[in-house]
Design a binder for this molecule. Sequence first.
Ligand SMILES: Nc1ncnc2c1ncn2[C@@H]1O[C@H](COP(=O)(O)OP(=O)(O)OP(=O)(O)O)[C@@H](O)[C@H]1O
Ligand SMILES: [Mg+2]
Length: 422
Amino acid sequence: MESIQAIKQRFGIIGNTPALNRAIEKAIQVAPTDISVLVTGESGVGKESIPKIIHQLSHRKHNKYIAVNCGAIPEGTIDSELFGHEKGSFTGATQTREGYFEVADGGTIFLDEVGELPLTTQVRLLRVLENGEFLKVGSSKVQKTNVRIVAATNVNMFEAIEKEKFREDLYYRLSTVDIHLPPLRDRQEDIHLLFRKFASDFALKYKMPTIKLTDAAVQMLLKHRWAGNIRQLRNIAEQLSVLEQNRTISAETLKSYLPASSSNLPAVIKTSKAESDFSSEREILYKVLFDMKSDLNDLKKLTLELMKNGNTKDVEKNNESLIQKIYGNDEDDAEYEEDTVDTDEVLSIPEHAVKQDALETTPDKYHFAEEIEEEETLSLQDKELELIKKSLERHQGKRKLAAAELGISERTLYRKIKQYDL
Ligand SMILES: Nc1ncnc2c1ncn2[C@@H]1O[C@H](COP(=O)(O)OP(=O)(O)OP(=O)(O)O)[C@@H](O)[C@H]1O
Ligand SMILES: [Mg+2]
């Protein structure tokens, strides 16, 4: 049996906290069986490695591993994505389609954000788990499949059960074994270790000297709450690596990157903090929308200019990183993915179904926002983030109400919350 250390190395897992080691050990132990596993833990704690370990160490490793983000697939299509559909079963179903449970026969399906599954889908899932049977949407022919399920959630499933959003029987069926990953704040000895690893990765990636923290900055790192856990720590390491000229990071500099600090919030938000009544919030909202529109126009102009300029070389000189953003930089991305698990057997699945992580960390979006920020004092992302925060605060975290106020769907809001580690 591979040792915990070897597994960590193979899957790029950093850390030595006993609770982390215990979680990996459990994954190794259950891997050869077909037992359903539920991975729990706050957002950004590294749940996604566990199903990969389980699959790779199981007899299923030569068959498919499919990761499905249940929270990102629209409710109307999730049954069809998971179980397939018959031709003509709904408008637009011009072909019979195989679902993931059919394609992954003999393999493993990772159901991420399983708490987000609609109740009707939960019924179908329970049936597959119990006897391996399922029906394509629009079909009455029972099909068989042999799939191992690993699910993950960052929400309190008991609460979801209480609110009748999640079936209790399905919960117990999914969580035969529970693997819990601790939050970063409870992994004190790992925090600086992880930061150093990310700092050195980003130095390599952006071809800059590695940043280093002063002792006081390390202390600040250790005391921080890390609501977004490792994902948040890595984002901050990336921002510091890209933006800070002085490669020794003081506590003061670090503080300006940590969310509790208001020093780096846009001015418009400061106004909104001072004024709490709703009509002034409305006004700010309009102003922000107006600003966003002008940002967008600037962006359109810039893109048009770039497109018109057949020889991009000249522009490239002046605006290298922006060009990179627009035309992409595959080389860098490939380098970045190097450490991850062998994806030969990973089926290509629709963009909305796969994890958001790549999106969050590719330099594309990041630099793109940064570029705008240089021209404007406020970035689009800052504004969006603050609007969402405000709205969630006002509605005591109720996503439905906040989404309605923001004029976006609950699902979009859910994705934004994840994207910004709220
Ligand atoms: N121990 C670790 N060592 C190195 N990187 C890690 C570790 N744990 C997590 N990460 C990185 O942190 C990021 C977040 O991890 P992951 O996507 O697995 O979080 P998650 O628990 O699935 O969160 P969510 O519930 O929001 O989906 C990933 O990019 C992952 O590579
Ligand atoms: Mg995840």
